[in-house]
Design a protein around this ligand. Structure first.
Ligand code: F6R
Length: 237
């Protein structure tokens, strides 16, 4: 594991963006796994700046998002597709067809999960998976549980996650109760993983993630078993 310390969320985003840029320069047809949430916003902004300055290009890259809420259309302001459009897709030079995200608004969710796993396979798997960390240790929407799902699947969101995500919705009743998420297997099969963690309130879960027992009750702890994990954080452990 490599561990980089950033002063604050802004420099964390910039460090992560430079790290991604280095990977992209080495491998222009990189397949990226991408998170949404508060943590990566600065990274997306800085990547967009590097593209505008002509220093990097996403024209040959492909991206797969980790997750999407069930029931929200792509143009719903709280959908992750909308987030990605706002913060990244509309700002960089990647062809539209190169970006994929699970569709949460389809009638056959099981078929959508299969389609997504197939698409990742056909792209040759994820080269670099970027992750945020949930307060309860979720990665993607793989919530604490008695078991771990390997493939893309539909998940019931935990009470903690619904509470944490209420900040983006008018009230907690408006937060979708389910999501489609890549499984832990999809994530662990990535060649490289970059974990971004920001904010003191995540100190405890970051400690458990990196140094606690590997357990399905802390899904992020499985990252200890990955051969190429880099952590960028503003929390000094
Ligand atoms: C989002 C995702 C989640 C977030 C996590 C942290 O696509 O997969 O696992 O990365 O909930 O979210 P923030 O960054 O908002 O604290």
């Amino acid at each position: 594991m490599e561990y980089f310390y950033a002063q604050d969320n802004l420099s964390l985003g910039q460090m992560a963006a430079r790290w991604v840029a280095r990977e992209l320069l080495a491998c222009p047809d990189l397949v990226l796994g991408l998170p949404t949430g508060s943590t990566p916003i600065e990274m997306y902004q800085y990547l967009a700046r590097l593209v505008q300055e002509g220093l990097i290009s996403f024209t040959q890259a492909r991206t797969f998002n980790l997750d999407e809420y069930v029931g929200l259309t792509v143009d719903h302001p709280q959908s992750y597709a909308f987030f990605m459009h706002e913060h990244f897709w509309s700002k960089v030079d990647m062809p539209k067809g190169n970006a994929d995200i699970p569709r949460g608004d389809v009638s056959n969710l099981a078929a959508e999960c299969h389609r997504y796993d197939d698409a990742i396979q056909r792209a040759g798997g994820i080269g670099l998976q970027i992750l945020g960390l949930g307060l309860n240790g979720h990665i993607g929407f793989n919530e604490p549980s008695h078991n771990m799902e390997i493939h893309t699947h539909v998940v019931d969101l935990s009470v903690a996650t619904i509470q944490a995500n209420t900040r983006f919705f008018p009230n907690s009743d408006a937060v979708p109760r389910q999501a489609i998420t890549m499984g832990v297997g999809n994530i662990m099969q990535a060649q490289k993983i970059l974990l971004m963690v920001s904010g003191e309130r995540k100190r405890d879960i970051l400690t458990k993630t990196l140094y606690g027992p590997v357990s399905t009750e802390v899904p992020s702890s499985v990252l200890q078993l990955h051969a190429d994990l880099t952590v960028i954080t503003d929390i000094k452990l």
